[in-house]
Design a protein around this ligand. Structure first.
Ligand SMILES: *[C@@H]1O[C@H](CO)[C@@H](O)[C@H](O)[C@H]1NC(C)=O
Ligand SMILES: *[C@@H]1O[C@H](CO)[C@@H](O)[C@H](O)[C@H]1NC(C)=O
Ligand SMILES: *[C@@H]1O[C@H](CO)[C@@H](O)[C@H](O)[C@H]1NC(C)=O
Ligand SMILES: *[C@@H]1O[C@H](CO)[C@@H](O)[C@H](O)[C@H]1NC(C)=O
Ligand SMILES: *[C@@H]1O[C@H](CO)[C@@H](O)[C@H](O)[C@H]1NC(C)=O
Length: 520
């Protein structure tokens, strides 16, 4: 797991811690069938079907294996050290100015995030979100600046790697010349190609360090491109979660699934590029199987347009978080909720709609989120009086009860909290017993502080048997999982394990059950 995105995600979360077929008709899933199990829910005992309709590379790395030039996906950070001056390229003042080569170490201003056009052509986005390009001087364009707010031809570059040493690159601009470092303060695109020259005396050669990598749905579909991505996605959707999984879920004491979906599902079968049509058909299948096995479904909008947290699991293109900053974007999200609720409202398995997953404070402001939650709630109620409406608490700086005033005006409202003994320094040194005590004491207290007799129901919508303890014994993991089952079992709406399947064993409830770590 060392190289997986999970760890870079961990670091990022850590940073923020404290603080088908297209159907013009509506498919009917109902026909009066009732849930055969007779159990009274909530509380739900659910599992997330993560990594299915919203890609997460760390959960299934093989999906990314055959992408051409796969180091260079959208959002990958490049740091480029000029061999001739021995210093890093930098967007002066973080963007909006020139590109220089006078920094001895690399951090934010020295990191260039890729936007992939295809396997050879890229845009480079700087800290302040501008794109690197050729300065428009009226005459010859050779000066390199980072001023464009949107990329065009002059912001397009080819990145060529030394075939014998992939850490050395040269960058070709749209004028046909290579970037070169003339002095630490003068970087231009006027170097003529000389074949086979990769030496330390070449002003167009840079030593490349990859810094940060996203492996979400955007990276996957754009990485394979429009010809291959449809086949890869359809294969994944039709094999990762199948009817047999619902049977397994039913037979192992679970009564619900939480299904993360991406906003593009609402424009199936032809979603905006690079997304690929077909995830709606997969969700239709999930409802058919859920009805057959008497399983409830919580639809979870995990990836909202513009990304609500900058992580790969919200399908951020390059780590930036843009959701909620305009009314258009909020309305677009409301339309997705409207679409999904309308489509499944008559299914006896539709149990809840989660309006958005893990919006991240402070960029996702409480004010704008509140506005969205009100509109999203109304959109659900337009089609369903019975579906619960789940409001995800923000991550980052926030007050755990900040959504209570809003939720108190809603009927059948639920607050979703995610409890991982991960993503924060405090857990790095925890022993087995400290982890278990933390669940029994601290988590338990956090949960009771949220639980009120007339307030919203509380949902621990994500938790896992993974922790920072290495080489733990089976019996220790069992006790840790059992502690969580006991404490989260008191959540008034219930809980959901993250996730059903994952190449990392403890993150896979299927593996945990099949190997006797968890018994429900
Ligand atoms: C890649 O994109 C560039 C710029 O749009 C284009 O000129 C080139 O033909 C593309 N190459 C491939 C292989 O599609
Ligand atoms: C790098 O060059 C720019 C442009 O001349 C200058 O403003 C800046 O102070 C220089 N920074 C360092 C660390 O030398
Ligand atoms: C790569 O290495 C081979 C064998 O040493 C050499 O013939 C070739 O010229 C090298 N190519 C480049 C681009 O350096
Ligand atoms: C909230 O939304 C308004 C537009 O409705 C926008 O002007 C503002 O920047 C947004 N605030 C944040 C923090 O995104
Ligand atoms: C957990 O709760 C105890 C009190 O029960 C407190 O002393 C401790 O600081 C808390 N641990 C963390 C990591 O917040």
């Amino acid at each position: 797991m060392e190289n997986s995105y999970y760890y870079s995600s961990t670091i990022k979360k850590l940073f923020f811690f404290y603080f088908s077929i297209f159907c013009f008709c509506t498919i009917s899933f109902s026909n009066g069938r009732s849930i055969p199990d007779g159990t009274d829910i909530p509380p739900v005992r659910a599992v997330n079907l993560g990594g299915w309709l919203v890609t997460e590379g760390w959960m299934k790395p093989s999906l990314f294996e055959s992408i051409p030039n796969q180091d260079f996906l959208d959002g990958t950070g490049l740091q480029l050290k000029s061999v001739i001056v021995g210093k890093f390229l930098c967007a002066e003042t973080g963007g909006g100015s020139i590109i220089v080569a006078n920094r001895t170490s690399a951090s934010g201003w020295e990191t260039f995030r890729l936007w992939r056009i295809n396997e050879t052509n890229f845009n480079l986005r700087v800290f302040g979100n501008q794109f690197v390009g050729l300065e428009n001087t009226g005459g010859n364009r050779i000066n390199i600046v980072a001023v464009a707010n949107a990329p065009s031809v002059t912001e397009t570059f080819q990145i060529l790697r030394n075939p014998n040493d992939s850490s050395r690159v040269r960058i070709k601009a749209s004028n046909g010349f290579f970037l070169q470092v003339k002095t630490e303060e003068v970087v231009t695109a006027d170097y003529q190609e000389i074949n086979g020259e990769w030496g330390d005396d070449n002003p167009s050669v840079f030593v490349l360090t990859l810094n940060g990598r996203l492996q979400g749905e955007y990276q996957l579909t754009n990485g394979y491109g429009p010809l291959i991505a449809p086949r890869i996605m359809k294969e994944h959707w039709s094999t990762y979660i199948v009817e047999e999984d619902f049977k397994f879920i039913k037979n192992n004491g679970l009564n619900a699934v939480r299904i993360p979906v991406g906003w593009w599902i609402a424009s199936d079968p032809s979603p905006p590029k690079p997304y690929v049509g077909g995830s709606l058909q997969a969700l239709d299948n999930a409802f058919i199987w859920a009805e057959k096995y008497g399983i409830k479904v919580i639809i979870d909008l995990h990836a909202a347009p513009g990304s609500q947290n900058g992580w790969e699991h919200s399908s951020s293109r390059d780590g930036s978080q843009e959701w909620g900053q305009t009314d258009t974007n909020i309305q677009q999200t409301v339309d997705v909720i409207d679409f999904l609720t309308a489509r499944y409202a008559r299914s006896p398995s539709l149990f809840a709609v989660e309006l958005i997953n893990e919006p991240l404070s402070p960029i996702a402001s409480l004010q704008n989120l509140t506005k969205f939650y009100q509109l999203g709630y109304d959109a659900v109620r337009k089609h369903s009086q019975s579906a619960y409406v789940v409001l995800s608490n923000r991550l980052g700086p926030m007050e755990p009860r900040e959504l209570f005033p809003l939720a108190s005006g809603f009927s059948k409202s639920v607050i979703d909290v995610h409890y991982y003994n991960l993503f924060s320094d405090i857990f790095n040194t925890f022993t087995v017993q400290q982890n278990i005590d933390y669940v029994y004491n601290n988590r338990s207290r956090q949960l009771s502080e949220l639980t009120t007799s007339n307030g919203p129901l509380i949902f621990v919508g994500e938790w896992v048997g993974e922790w920072q303890v290495s080489n733990a014994a089976k019996e220790e993991i069992q006790r840790y999982a059992e502690a969580q089952l006991q404490v989260f079992g008191r959540a008034t709406f219930g809980w959901a394990y993250w996730s059903l399947k994952n190449v990392n064993n403890y993150w896979s409830l299927e593996w945990m059950i099949q190997n006797g770590y968890i018994n429900l």
